[in-house]
Design a protein around this ligand. Structure first.
Ligand SMILES: Nc1ncnc2c1ncn2[C@@H]1O[C@H](COP(=O)(O)OP(=O)(O)OP(=O)(O)O)[C@@H](O)[C@H]1O
Length: 279
């Protein structure tokens, strides 16, 4: 972290996670993809701890391995080496995942992946259905979550009747339906226009504070990363290694106007220079 960014992160009176327990620990994780033609070294020796209730943004140039790292954390792609420990339990056992750990996770991708023939409530309730929760209880919970993500009154609407931002809210509510302790998000707002994205950033912050979820958030957008993150983790180009971790200590809830402050600008500039330095 540069001196400027370090100075910015001190003295803002933001929340400190130093004493919260570690929710997810990534320990010397490396990942190679081997195809018939070549081997791609996607990630190398990633060490990162995210504390309970913390919101960590993950940035880096295209192809540096952000999605791969998130998918390893989500139990979707096994690491080639290293460990992922969630709430003290090992996620990966060779290529197999520990299902009790997976149950602590909620995952949101850029594409909301909703079922077109289910209404909002049924889309949100799907993970509960898969876990055998009874119909009235899952509809009650899904309706509550629809309210939480600002979709009160849209429970009976179908995905085709919703805007992109509303669909993404459904995906977030669905990810929250099983009360995940850890929310993993891969460019969830990447396809939205700038204003909707700004609103969704505020919503996500509100939801994260309300649910006390720990969040890891992948984005290409430096301002979004700084606005949302307690820390911004930057990966190097392939193979992805941790290049920089910047602390962002603005108090929460953050107002969108924080982006106009000199301190915010200084952190964004620091990260932009670090990314440009990699070219
Ligand atoms: N299933 C796969 N098989 C082979 N190579 C893969 C596979 N998945 C990812 N890769 C390679 O791993 C590297 C990292 O990809 P990844 O999608 O994680 O990057 P990223 O940082 O998320 O990129 P972007 O910002 O463009 O989404 C890339 O070189 C990619 O081609």
């Amino acid at each position: 972290m540069t001196e400027t960014a370090a100075e910015v992160s001190r003295g803002k009176g933001g929340r400190s996670m130093a004493h919260s327990p570690v929710k997810i620990a990534i320990e010397r994780v490396s990942k190679d993809f081997t195809t018939r033609k070549a081997t791609t070294h996607a990630l190398q020796d990633i060490d990162l701890q995210v504390r309970s209730g913390e919101l960590v943004s993950l940035i880096g140039r295209s192809g540096c391995g952000k999605t791969t790292l998130l998918r390893i954390m989500a139990g979707l792609v096994p690491p080639s080496s290293g460990n992922v420990v969630v709430g003290g339990k090992q996620l990966w056992n060779g290529p197999a995942v520990e299902t009790s750990v997976i149950r602590q996770l909620g995952v949101v991708f850029q594409d909301p992946n909703l079922f077109p023939w289910f209404d909002v409530v049924d889309n949100i309730a799907l993970p509960l259905k898969l876990r055998g929760v009874g119909k009235s209880e899952r509809r009650r919970r899904a309706t509550e979550l629809a309210e939480l993500v600002g979709l009160g009154g849209f429970g009976g609407s179908y995905p085709r009747e919703l805007s992109g931002g509303m669909r993404q809210r459904v995906a977030i509510a669905r990810a929250l339906s099983c009360d995940p302790e850890l929310l993993l998000m891969d460019e969830p707002f990447g396809a939205l226009d700038a204003l909707t994205r700004e609103r969704m950033n505020l919503e996500l912050q509100r939801i994260a504070l309300a649910t006390e979820a720990t969040v890891v958030f992948v984005t290409h957008d430096i301002s979004e990363a700084v606005f949302l993150g307690d820390r911004v983790v930057q990966l190097t180009p392939r193979p992805g290694r941790i290049e920089d971790i910047s602390e962002v200590s603005f108090a929460r809830p953050r107002d969108i106007d924080v982006q106009t402050t000199a301190e915010f600008g200084a952190i964004v500039r620091h990260l932009r220079h670090a990314l440009e330095g990699e070219m």
